[in-house]
Design a protein around this ligand. Structure first.
Ligand code: UD1
Ligand code: CA
Length: 442
């Protein structure tokens, strides 16, 4: 089987500068979803049809044959553009759309099976019954339930508009059909486009059969607008949450957990309500991620506790048994084993050792207005509350920083360093102050 993925449309209805297929679902571009699914059925060829000036799409598809459709003249025209790339190919050709990101491998296999099952089938169409058929081509059926034709919404009669069975856009046919019939498709229709769906009437004309596979509505929704994109996201999130729970993750309130395609979970992980896991998050065993935490590009080793209200940014590794508490932001930092960063702290561009205690309000001043600098904290060190560590700076093993210090010079191991101003004691000072302001109430 060869697969042609159509992705040349810019996607006007997205109202975007970005080509439609690059818009993301669960942190992955739609075209990548489609290609990942296609890869799992191991086709012998994959051809992607893209539009001109789509360098970003092109760079995502480098592993495949890329064909540029200079003018967007319709789905049949787009497939024809791939003909040259497949001229020596014999077998089944599956056409799918880059804007249908939820399609599964099982459905692709069902289509292939349906085509192979009956030698009289010229092609097989993938239909579905969406919640709302609006915008989709409608599948007209004959008395016997087989497909008569597909009519695009713009050309549909009021009778057609009552049809609930819709075209998903995916179609499979033999290379013979591709080479003999595709060139016959015309463009005499409202949009003046070459419709791939016209292959159906061409098949009927020569007495061939057209098969139908009916797929699941959630899987076959096409994404044309941001509203559709949000709908696809919701479906994907349901899938990812289910997958996580089946694999042994407790999601306390699944509907408020946001996951990415590449999220990796260990065993016995618990995720609280309203947690966002962006791209590249890897979670070890027995980790707890409490409510309202936002993680991206992060590795949590075993037995880590995070949140509530933690923000962990790319390049962060939290060592096993470590604790990151509320209102803590960490970026590009290694946090050692059993280290505690419990409250109100920013750690950026840092190496923090094992068994370190970082007090509330500690800030690594990693940026001097020109460049980012490194902060290093050795094993067993204790950073008093409200300290500012002005990078580049290092704090040695088992050192103590007194609360409220502004640390600009390196601190050796086992040292105690304090930079705060000395405390003064004015005997009776409070009384005098109150006396001066006797009309005010304390
Ligand atoms: C298409 C189908 C419609 C179906 C719906 C399912 C046709 C004529 N219409 O309509 O029956 O119900 O999908 O989602 O097939 N593309 C190109 N080159 C082109 C035109 C389109 O590559 O010249 C690509 C687009 O990038 C997109 C796909 O083909 O990935 C479908 O095009 P789109 O304009 O989204 O078609 P729909 O109006 O959604
Ligand atoms: Ca579409």
């Amino acid at each position: 089987m060869a697969v042609i993925v159509l992705a040349a449309g810019h996607g006007t209805r997205m109202q975007s500068e970005v080509p439609k297929v690059l818009h993301q679902v669960a942190g992955r571009p739609m075209i990548r979803h489609v290609l990942d699914t296609v890869e799992t059925v191991s086709p012998s060829r994959i051809v992607v049809v893209i539009g001109p000036d789509m360098e970003d799409v092109e760079s995502l598809c480098r592993a495949y044959t890329i064909v540029v459709q200079e003018e967007r003249l319709g789905t049949a025209h787009a497939v024809l553009e791939a003909r040259e790339a497949l001229k020596d190919f014999e077998g089944n050709i599956l056409v799918i759309f880059g804007d249908t990101p939820l399609l599964t491998a099982d459905t692709i296999l069902l289509m292939r099976q349906a085509l192979d099952e009956d030698k009289k089938n010229a092609l097989v169409v993938l239909g579905f019954e969406p919640e709302s058929p609006k915008g989709y081509g409608r599948i007209r059926c004959k008395q016997d339930g087989t497909i008569a034709s597909i009519v695009e919404e713009q050309e549909a009669s009021s009778e057609d508009l009552k049809i609930t069975l819709c075209n998903s856009g995916a179609m499979i046919f033999s290379s013979e059909v591709m080479f003999k019939e595709l060139g016959k498709v015309g463009n005499e229709n409202v949009k003046g486009e070459y419709y791939l769906t016209d292959l159906i009437s061409l098949a009927h004309d020569r007495g061939a059969k057209v098969g139908l596979v009916v797929g699941l509505p959630d899987e076959l929704r096409g994404v044309n607008s941001r509203v559709d994109l949000a709908g696809a996201e919701a479906v994907m999130q349901r899938r990812l949450r289910t997958r996580a729970m089946v694999a042994g993750v407790t999601l306390i309130d699944p509907t408020t957990t946001w996951l990415s395609m590449d999220t990796i979970f260990g065993r016995d992980v618990t995720v609280g309500p309203n947690v966002f896991l962006g791209k590249s998050v890897e979670v070890g065993d027995r980790v707890e991620i409490k409510s309202f935490s936002h993680l991206e590009g992060v590795k949590l080793e075993n037995d880590v506790a995070v949140g509530p209200f933690a923000r962990l940014r790319p390049g962060t590794v939290i060592g096993s048994g470590a604790k990151v508490g509320n209102f803590v932001e960490i970026k590009a930092a290694q946090i050692g084993k059993a280290t505690k960063v419990s409250h109100l702290t920013y750690i950026g561009d840092s190496n923090v050792g094992n068994h370190v205690n970082v007090g509330a309000g500690t800030i690594t001043c990693n940026y001097d207005g020109f460049a980012k600098h490194l902060t290093e904290i050795g094993d067993g060190a204790f950073i008093g509350s409200n300290s500012a560590l002005v990078a580049p700076v290092s704090v040695g093993e088992n050192a103590i920083i007194g609360a409220g210090s502004v640390v600009t010079d390196d601190v050796e191991e086992d040292e105690l360093s304090v930079t705060r101003a000395e405390q003064k004691h004015l005997k009776g000072g409070a009384k005098r102050w109150k006396g001066r302001r006797s009309t005010d109430k304390f």
